[in-house]
Design a protein around this ligand. Structure first.
Ligand code: UTP
Length: 300
């Protein structure tokens, strides 16, 4: 059976950022601070992801949040008093940093009242889409895909093939069992594969490929209907990948763009530490000092 895709054009206007999870890997900090607001040097991960969405042409960011995590939405609100204070004190560079998040794009929030999984979080965005929005982008705020730009390539691929487009990173086979892995065949473009299925955390021997899922999705709005039809999977949660698998089984085209670049997983302290160091090393204020200190420190 072939499923009609809602809109073959690649474009999307809304970027959904699910930020309603419990962040258990970052306890105890996440008792009080949403992990999406943890700073990478001085900027929260969610701002880096919002900037990526804006760069790819989104004009609206829909943050899926939960009661108690209002600080995430608060972060994107203008703070005119603070701006005035910084201006009066001649802190121009800081003023620009403070103004950046609210100016990136329109930010709205929807609630996920219980953390029932990523699929359930994305489903909360469905009613917010306008009738003419054929696709929606989903960006996981704890996943930095670098350099930015993969969403624009994903939009091109959707314009060509229709359906939904995901992002993959080619990882060494010995590390593959930490990831969701795509079962793919080649297309005419080197960086684009057709997806036939997905396996969560396979052993290195069983992995159908070395293409691992990264947290960027360009989903046809057919995903919302699929999310209504799936039942809870791993961990009793509604899994986004189960909804994608359902669409594939019904003939909906799904492709991946194989991103040529790096990735940081901000969702656990080890990945976060690497991201922080990586960004800090490139920072004009802190980079040189950190490099010198690290060089000495690593001699021990
Ligand atoms: P994660 O699994 O990385 O986040 O989900 P988590 O559940 O908060 O983290 P741990 O495993 O307990 O440490 C990826 C993204 O999806 C969101 C999270 O906020 C995170 O940004 N998410 C996850 C939701 O919005 N709702 C959920 O029910 C689950």
């Amino acid at each position: 059976m072939s499923v009609q895709t809602s809109d073959a054009a690649g474009a999307f206007r809304t970027a959904v950022v699910p930020a309603a999870g419990l962040g258990t890997r970052f306890l105890p900090t996440t008792k009080a601070v949403p992990k999406e607001l943890l700073p990478v040097v001085d900027t929260p991960g969610i701002e880096l992801v919002a900037a990526e969405a804006a760069e790819a042409g989104a004009d609206r960011l829909l943050v899926v949040t939960s009661p108690g995590k209002e600080a995430v939405a608060e972060y994107f609100r203008r703070d005119e008093d603070l701006e005035l204070t910084l201006a009066e004190r001649g802190k121009g560079a800081l003023l620009e940093k403070v103004k950046r998040a609210p100016e990136l794009l329109d930010v709205a929030t929807v609630y996920q009242y219980e953390p029932k999984g990523l699929g359930h979080a994305v489903a909360q965005a469905g009613p917010e889409l306008a009738d003419d929005e054929g696709a929606v982008a989903v960006l996981l705020p704890d996943d930095l895909v670098l350099p930015t730009g993969v969403l624009s390539r994903m939009a091109e691929v959707r314009a060509q093939f229709g359906g939904s487009v995901l992002c993959a990173i080619d990882v060494p086979r010995e590390q593959i069992s930490a990831y969701g892995v795509f079962d793919v065949t080649d297309t005419d473009a080197d960086d684009v594969k057709q997806v036939h299925g997905m396996v969560e955390k396979p052993s290195a021997d069983d992995a159908p490929s070395t293409f691992a899922a990264a947290g960027r999705y360009l989903l046809d709005r057919a995903i919302f209907d699929a999310l209504d039809r799936i039942t809870p999977g791993a961990g009793g949660e509604l899994q986004l990948t189960d909804a994608v698998a359902l669409l594939i089984s019904e003939g909906h085209p799904v492709h991946v763009v194989v991103h040529d670049g790096g990735r940081h997983d901000l969702g656990n302290p080890g990945g976060y530490a690497r991201a922080f160091v990586d960004f800090a090393l490139q920072d004009p204020d802190y980079g040189d000092g950190l490099r010198d200190w690290l060089t000495e420190r690593l001699k021990d």
